[in-house]
Structure formats: C-alpha cells, structure tokens
Ligand binder design. Structure first.
Ligand code: NDP
Length: 243
C-alpha cells in the first residue's frame, strides 16, 4: 500500500474528485480527514462506508477562516499529525468578464485561492519537523484560460504560483508541493456544461473522452506517496491530452 500509516487532510471530500481522492487514499492505507460544506448526508455515507476508524468528515466552509482553523484542529485530534494536504474544494461562477459581478469574482477567489493559502499556511507548521506533501488542485483553465471563466482561471493560475513558491520555500524541510491540473472530469461541476460546449470540448481532447474522478485520484496518490519523492513544484495535467 502506497500510503500505509500516512495521515491526510482533504478539502471538499464529499463529492466528485475530492471523494475519489478520499477513497483512493484510504484504499492505499492512509487515515483521512475530509471536509464538506453542504453535502452532510453524502459525507456521512462515505464515513459509514469506509469506516469511522479510518475516516472523519468535518463541516467546514473554506471561505470562513475560523471554520478552516477548526477543521485543522479536528484533523490534528483525529490524525495526530498531517503528512498530506490536498486542497481540492472549488467552485465556478461563470460569466463573461463584462457581466461578472464583484460578488462572483470574490466567491471564486475566496473558495479556490484564499482557502488554499489558509490551509497550506496552517498545515505547513505541522509538516516542518517530519516533511510532507501538499497537492493543490488547479485546472487546465488556469494554464490556457477560458472564455466565461476569467475568475476561475485567475484563481487556478494563482494556485500554480502559490504552489511553486511553497515548493521553493519548504523544499529544504522535505515538504513537496505539487499541482494537479485536471481537464474535463465527470462530476457535478461539469454537468452544468451545455451539450454544444461538451461536444466542442470533447473534440479538443486527444483521448476523445471525458475523464473520471478516479483518474485524477490515482495521480493524487502518486504525488502523495514516495513514488514521487523527487518531484516538487510541478504541474501535472490530467486532461486526456488537450490539444
Ligand atoms: P464538485 O462540484 O463535484 O465538488 C466540489 C467540492 O468542493 C464539494 O465537496 C464541495 O462540498 C466542496 N466545496 C465547494 N465550495 C466549498 C466551500 N465554500 N467550503 C468547503 N467546501 C466547498 O467539484 P469537482 O469534484 O468537479 O471539483 C473538485 C476540484 O477540481 C475543484 O477545485 C475544481 O475546480 C477542480 N477541477 C474540476 C474539474 C472538472 O472537470 N470537474 C476540472 C478541473 C479542475 P459540499 O458538496 O459539501 O458543499
């Protein structure tokens, strides 16, 4: 098992990619705390299924600093220490830039970027002694940009800059920080895409198909494990080869 005896905190583990990462980490032997915001029923089912000895779910709106700090305290209580942090919680609020409200700009930046900053900063303290791995979930939109997603793309680009800086600042402490930039993955988030955008996007993918959350989770396991012991500050695109 690649993550035997490791401990992990995963934000937004109640659905989609985050849920797949929770399941993959537990399958590889890790003890996990994950956060949820609205999907309490879903979170409780996951804990029931995977076992309360292995997994704990903590309610946490990642845009609220006191809730983030509380989630970290609960994690330390349950896990003892945090070896791996996955910043996964994220939202979209799409619109053309000229029509975008300040509110939608702020929600996306706060959820995707500020929470990644808060969680990374707070968890780093616990990693200084024994090292660790931080995995931040960006998006290929943060690399290529996308019409109607200026706020989302900006937040996801910034995550890359933040992660590369963490990698440089804390590499000497054996803390690795890498980014996964998924392409189009089959979750609630992408269900909102209309049919014509889906068709157009599919044609731009070398593998000609949408990805599954488990295909992102496998890469998260790799980046969290010793299999990637000499990899830090990198962005891995999990996108089926976007052309
Ligand atoms: P989903 O919409 O399926 O799930 C989003 C998760 O984030 C849920 O667990 C949700 O919790 C949590 N979340 C949202 N807002 C908050 C908040 N304010 N506080 C705490 N948790 C919150 O999204 P995906 O699984 O598709 O996306 C996961 C990550 O992957 C995101 O960062 C996304 O940007 C990124 N990504 C996704 C792609 C895709 O194609 N799906 C492509 C590229 C990147 P709850 O349900 O409990 O409210």
């Amino acid at each position: 098992m690649l993550l035997k005896d490791k401990t992990a905190l995963i934000s937004g583990g109640s659905r989609g990619i985050g849920e797949a990462i929770v399941r993959a980490f537990v399958a590889q032997g890790a003890k996990v705390v994950f956060t949820f915001n609205n999907a309490q029923d879903k979170a409780e089912l996951i804990v029931q299924e995977l076992g309360a000895d292995n997994v704990q779910a903590v309610k946490c709106d990642v845009t609220q600093k006191d809730e983030v700090l509380n989630a970290i305290n609960s994690s330390i209580q349950f896990l003892g220490e945090i070896d791996i942090l996955v910043n996964n919680a994220g939202v979209t609020k799409d619109n053309l830039l000229l029509r975008m409200s300040d509110e939608d700009w702020d929600i996306v930046m706060d959820t995707n970027l500020k929470a990644t900053y808060w969680l990374s900063k707070s968890v780093l303290k616990y990693m200084l002694k024994s090292g660790g791995a931080i995995i931040n979930i960006s998006s290929i939109m943060g690399i290529y940009g996308n019409q109607g997603q200026a706020n989302y793309a900006a937040s996801k680009s910034a995550i890359i800059g933040l992660s590369k800086s963490i990698a440089k600042e804390y590499g000497s402490r054996n803390i690795r920080c890498n980014v996964i930039a998924p392409g189009w993955i089959n979750t609630d988030m992408t269900e909102q895409l209309d049919e014509s955008s889906q068709k157009e996007f599919q044609q731009s993918i070398a593998l000609q198909r949408i990805g599954q959350p488990e295909e992102v989770a496998q890469v998260a396991v790799f980046l969290a494990s010793q299999m990637s012991s000499y990899i830090t500050g990198q962005v891995l695109q999990v996108c089926g080869g976007v052309k």
